[in-house]
Design a protein around this ligand. Structure first.
Ligand SMILES: [Zn+2]
Length: 77
């Protein structure tokens, strides 16, 4: 055993940034909503997306804070 491979995030958002949201998807009715930061053309948004059909239930402008700043640093490497 060695520490040669430090685990790196492979997804645009780290898993710990995802937060389960109570409620049901407007599109498919599944209670599979998750809230997480998403980088799009206009910058960072905090979205609530259905993990079943990927419908965007909610979307709001979001500042770059905390772990997202760290993630940006990681992606720049
Ligand atoms: Zn859905």
């Amino acid at each position: 055993m060695s520490n040669h491979s430090f685990p790196r995030p492979e997804e645009p958002t780290p898993r710990q940034a995802r937060e389960a949201v109570a409620g049901r998807c407007d599109a498919c009715g599944e209670s599979a909503l998750m809230r997480y930061p998403l980088l799009s053309e206009g910058g960072w948004y905090l979205v609530v997306k259905c993990q079943s059909c990927l419908h965007s239930q909610q979307r709001e402008k979001w500042q770059r804070l905390g772990h997202v700043t760290l993630l940006t640093d990681a992606l720049a490497c």
